[in-house]
Design a binder for this molecule. Structure first.
Ligand code: ADP
Length: 575
């Protein structure tokens, strides 16, 4: 109920439009009643062979109601759909605005297919609430009052019979439909969400599935899901068919009931045959307003479920928010971690445990250590993907939370191991870093990143996730982005780890040349060319276990020296 009221509340700015749609709907149904009533009048009257002039008023009525019915129904659909689509467009923007700050921390628990389902299908299904749930009951109520009043003038008993069948079609049947269909549409929705997730996983993992021979098995799983959806859809169609025929039964019941009440009055002369025919058709036409109610009730549970899924995202609190009065990124942007600890939400283990690291402005610092030691977590905290506590993480002696996270990210270029390239052209992927870059900027960035030949391929499609490029080319595009962004701080998080050794060395040389004079933090577990760093921190199990220059650490004969020897021993035969 709470979700329904929240969804209904969204139409507040469009209240008058919705009311207008209901009135137009009522006027269209009223015209339908008028059309049948005047038709009944003409047919019944014509049977008595009156002079033509006596039929003129009826003929004019048919013309008027016939045209009015079509025009008013068109107006009702136009207004209600226009309003609904405007509400849905607002909802989509609202949803997107809510999703954006949740990335990446809060979105880790959602799968991309599921998010896609929410933003496309769930929002779309709310159309039902606005078009079929909110306006039609008002239309039906107004129509019913009109018909009761019309019939009541001739016979209160007939009006009561009509009321009883209206209640059955307008309240009883929707309740029955909702009860019979309970859970079905929600299950269809859940299975559709699963299908979406499966499709995304399937398209992204098709390479792995093929290599491991799991294509058939995966396809069978998707097929089973599809069959279950079909089974439930059949059930839902059955209920829909039942509900439509029950509405017809209610209509015919009302006609029969009213006939039984009024028929004896005709021979008594209390009611003319023509009036009886007019009343019969008015009763029949009034049910047009009740038909949509049961269908809407059958889907209501699923629509509310869709609303719940949307509000789950909209109500989620972002991990990191911008302060009310953010400070500008400081000129002296020395980065300082003091006794910093961090645990991921839901985990009791300390990923970082009292870490102290200094990265002075303009210096090149490396954090090295075994996998899982917490190195990338330092990057995530610096990029403000997560909040930090307890301990201190400051830039230019000001706590990191005093800056706007977006401003921070503009001033700190991150090149990570997993470069994400959009399925666009090389140009589009580069412009991400600097939307107003001119052709010359792009050419020079590509040249500096060592892929000058890409200038001829600027408008080539890079494939889904950049799959038409080699790993080295993708990393170099990431470096070209970094050059375009031209931030004072550069963070390289295992940026070259996925490259073969000669390419890695070439890319590292390029990066060194480009970051001269900038503040550089390199995170790596591969120890080569470490002499070029001003200071190296060794992170193991969330703690800084050693620090110093390459020579000092080799002298220390600790973890660093062990890692270095191991890597250089294994690298020796191939170099
Ligand atoms: P490194 O970069 O040194 O390999 P990470 O910082 O990536 O180490 O990871 C350190 C630990 O934190 C690992 O045990 C990893 O499983 C855990 N971890 C990393 N990211 C998350 C996350 N988003 N949620 C929960 N735990 C995480």
């Amino acid at each position: 109920m709470k979700t329904f009221l929240r969804l209904a509340g969204l139409i507040r700015p469009f209240f008058w439009w919705m009311l207008l749609a209901s009135i137009a709907g009522f006027a269209a149904t009223g015209s339908g009643i008028g059309l049948l009533v005047t038709s009944a009048f003409i047919i019944a009257k014509a049977a008595l062979q009156p002079p033509m002039a006596a039929l003129q008023i009826g003929i004019a009525g048919i013309r008027f109601f016939g045209i009015a019915r079509g025009v008013l129904r068109y107006a009702e659909r136009l207004i209600s759909h226009n309003t609904t689509f405007r509400i849905l467009a607002r909802l989509r923007l609202w949803f997107y605005d809510a999703v954006e700050p949740l990335a990446p921390a809060r979105l880790l628990s959602f799968r991309s297919g599921d998010l896609l389902q929410r933003i496309v299908d769930d929002i779309q299904s709310l159309e039902n609430i606005y078009v079929r749930v909110l306006a039609p009951p008002i239309t039906a109520f107004m129509t019913a009052i009109l018909v009761w009043a019309l019939i009541g003038v001739w016979s209160p008993a007939a009006a009561l019979v009509t009321l009883a069948f209206h209640l059955a079609a307008g309240i009883g049947l929707p309740m029955l439909t909702a009860r019979l269909g309970r859970g079905i549409n929600v299950s269809i929705m859940k299975l559709r969400a699963l299908q979406q997730v499966q499709m995304v996983d399937f398209t992204q993992g098709i390479g792995e599935l093929t290599v491991y021979g799991q294509l058939e098995g995966y396809r069978a799983g998707m097929q089973a899901n599809e069959e279950e959806i079909l089974r439930l859809q059949k059930k839902s169609s059955w209920i829909e068919g039942m509900q439509e025929s029950m509405t017809g039964i209610c209509m015919n019941g009302a006609v029969l009931g009213v006939l039984l009440v009024l028929l004896p009055e005709v021979p008594e002369g209390k009611l003319s045959g023509i009036t009886l025919a007019v009343i019969m058709l008015a009763v029949m036409a009034s049910f047009e307003a009740f038909a949509p109610l049961s269908a809407a009730a059958g889907r209501l549970e699923a629509d509310i479920h869709a609303g719940d899924r949307l509000f789950e995202i909209i109500d989620a609190k972002p991990e990191v928010t911008a302060p009310a009065k953010p400070l500008p990124f400081p000129e002296n942007h020395a980065i300082c971690l003091r006794n910093l600890s961090f645990s991921y939400p839901g985990s009791t283990e300390k990923t970082l445990d009292g870490v102290t690291i200094d990265i002075p402005k303009g210096k090149h610092v490396a954090i090295v250590g075994p996998s899982g030691g917490g190195k990338s977590t330092v990057t995530s905290l610096l990029m403000r993907f997560w909040n930090t506590a307890p301990g201190e993480l400051s830039i230019g002696e000001t706590d990191i939370s005093a800056f706007d996270p977006e401003e921070l990210r503009r001033n700190m270029s991150l090149v990570s191991q997993r470069t994400y390239l959009f399925g666009e052209t090389v140009r589009e992927n580069l412009l991400l870093a600097k939307p107003d870059a001119c052709e010359q900027d792009l050419v020079s960035a590509l040249g500096s990143a060592g892929i000058g030949h890409f200038t001829k391929r600027l408008d080539n499609w890079v494939g889904q996730h950049g799959m038409q490029l080699s790993g080295g080319e993708r990393q170099r595009i990431a470096i070209a982005r970094m050059i375009l962004q031209d931030a004072p701080v550069v963070i390289l998080d295992e940026a070259t780890a996925s490259l073969d050794m000669p390419t890695e060395r070439a890319v590292s040389r390029t990066i060194d040349a480009l970051t001269a004079g900038k503040t550089l933090l390199t995170i790596t577990h591969r120890l080569h060319g470490m002499e070029r760093f001003d200071r190296i921190y060794v992170l193991d199990k969330g703690r800084v276990v050693e620090e110093g220059s390459h020579e000092e650490l080799i002298q220390e004969k600790g973890l660093y020296q062990a890692m270095w020897s191991l890597q250089h021993m294994s690298a020796a035969p191939s170099s």
